[in-house]
Ligand binder design. Structure first.
Ligand code: ZN
Ligand code: ZN
Length: 497
């Protein structure tokens, strides 16, 4: 019964993916900076799903169907009828608008450029009409709408994403990106597993690259926050020198600037770099350099602190599902830690088995033994430098049901997380913009003695207090506000500090 629920989850996933995208047997371009790649044998899974649904709809399985329906109702709000759902699916399948006949490939690189290809026989225009009839016309509007090609453009601040329904599948990719190419060496193992005829799903996540990306985003944010400090310090020193009849401050003394009200507060580099004044009178940060001579910061070291401790040791994550076995492996170079993880994993597995055994009290003995056998087929071990969890000796249907459940769970977890990561990077960039604007306004007011009633970016730009006008990555509007600590800049989307 649980298998069937998993099958339904799979169909929902397939339909979901089919609405969003669809495509070809070609590999995505697996570059050195690809963060994650997923391969799913959709045609095979779709076949098994169809067989399971057909089985479930036989009259002798009526009770089983009702039990599943009741189970779904507990989790899905509103009216839901499985028979209705099947009937709608039938219409869809019968219309042959979209029939998976190959693989799903998904990948994403460190600039968040997505690639999705879902190989299927598609009737593009009819599929679009089917979706529009059922869900209404929405945004974006197709840029091309022909019988054999429907194309959308999804703009992002950095690049356009093209989404196309073609007769051979559904494709999603960043415009201008080559769809295929020589993969980087590090994806060899994944491609080998994909080439195995038994493989149903293969996924790999490059955690090292993700860590480096987080580090880069953090160091960019810290760089721009530091330079805002430097701009404010430079303005304060300039004011100080003017008021002292041109006597320059030789060594940076923030306490004195503070006491004489050239500064509102002492300023500290977010990366703990020490500020000083160099021979040419420029304010310099020991880590980030000066505005005229910024120093290159490597992403690595500062990165780790922002990653939860338990994820830091993992270098990559590999998930492989074959017809009668599955494995999850992660590279952990630290030997001690690897051994600890294996011991902990074995202990947790034992606990899970005990819990399962107790909860299965009312199940028929045969079902009980079958479930326990699956749990007993899970092994946790060291495999070279990796920690490996494997499931062996199970039948094809069990594995496929497991994969279906896994995909459902993963997409539920991963999609919101990905969005959040992206949103927080944009919010950080916007925050840096707001600090730059506040600093520039402060300098402008100190120099001119005027008070800006409303934020006037073009004046700040024309009078060289800004190199260029900062733009919120999400298109928010900036406005000026004053409070007890001084000038604050708010964003209509990202709010205040
Ligand atoms: Zn600094
Ligand atoms: Zn903003």
């Amino acid at each position: 019964m649980r298998k069937n629920i998993a099958g339904i989850v799979l169909l929902i996933c397939l339909l979901f993916v089919s609405m969003v995208s669809h495509a070809s047997d070609q590999n995505p371009i697996l570059k050195a900076d690809t963060l994650a790649a997923v391969y799913i044998d959709a045609a095979q899974l779709f076949e098994v799903y169809s067989a399971q649904v057909a089985d479930l709809r036989k009259p002798e399985n009526k009770d089983n169907l009702a039990a599943i329906e009741a189970g779904i109702k507990q989790h899905v709000p509103g009216e839901f009828s499985l028979s209705d759902f099947f009937q709608k699916t039938d219409e869809f399948v019968k219309a042959q608008l979209f029939v998976p006949d190959g693989a799903i490939w998904f990948s994403i690189d460190s600039s968040y450029r997505p690639f999705l290809s879902f190989k299927a026989k598609v009737k593009p225009l009819e599929l679009l009409e089917f979706i529009e009839n059922r869900f209404g016309k929405g945004e974006p509007v197709p840029v091309k709408k022909e019988k054999d090609l429907v194309e959308f453009e999804i703009p992002t601040p950095e690049f356009k994403i093209s989404f196309a329904l073609r007769t051979d599948g559904i494709y999603l990719q960043a415009q201008g990106e080559p769809a295929i190419g020589e993969p980087s060496d590090k994806w060899k193992d994944m491609l080998q597993s994909v080439a195995d005829k038994e493989s149903l799903m293969v996924a790999e996540v490059d955690l090292n690259n993700i860590k480096a990306l987080v580090g880069r985003l953090n160091s960019q944010a810290s760089h721009s926050a530091c330079f805002t400090n430097i701009r404010i310090l430079s303005a304060a020193i300039e004011m100080y020198a003017m008021d002292k009849e041109g006597q320059q401050m030789q060594t940076l003394d923030q306490k004195e600037l503070l006491a004489a009200h050239y500064l509102n507060a002492e300023l500290h580099c977010p990366a703990q770099g020490v500020y000083s004044i160099d021979a040419s009178g420029e304010v310099v940060c020991a880590i980030h350099g000066s505005i005229k001579k910024p120093l290159e910061i490597s992403g690595g070291s500062g990165a780790l602190t922002s990653i939860p401790a338990q994820f830091r040791p993992f270098e990559n994550l590999k998930i492989k599902v074959f017809k009668s076995r599955a494995e999850i492996a992660t590279l952990i170079n630290d030997k001690n830690l690897r051994e600890q993880c294996v011991a902990l994993g074995k202990q947790q597995l034992l606990t899970a088995r005990n819990i399962a055994e107790n909860q299965m009290g009312q199940l028929p003995e045969a079902e009980k033994q079958k479930s326990l056998k699956i749990l007993d087929s899970i092994k946790i071990m060291e495999d070279g430098q990796s920690l490996k969890v494997s499931l062996t000796g199970v039948d094809e249907k069990t594995i496929i049901a497991g994969v279906a459940g896994f995909i459902g769970t993963m997409s539920a977890i991963a999609i919101p997380n990905f969005q959040r990561a992206r949103e927080s990077a944009r919010a950080k960039a916007c925050g840096a913009n707001r600090r730059v604007l506040a600093g520039a306004t402060e300098m402008y007011e100190m120099d001119t003695g005027k008070t800006m009633k409303e934020l006037d970016i073009s004046t700040l730009e024309n009078e060289k207090y800004l190199k260029s006008a900062p733009v919120c990555p999400d298109g928010g509007k900036y406005s000026l506000r004053r409070d007890s600590t001084g000038i604050m800049i708010d964003c209509s989307i990202h709010g205040a500090e």
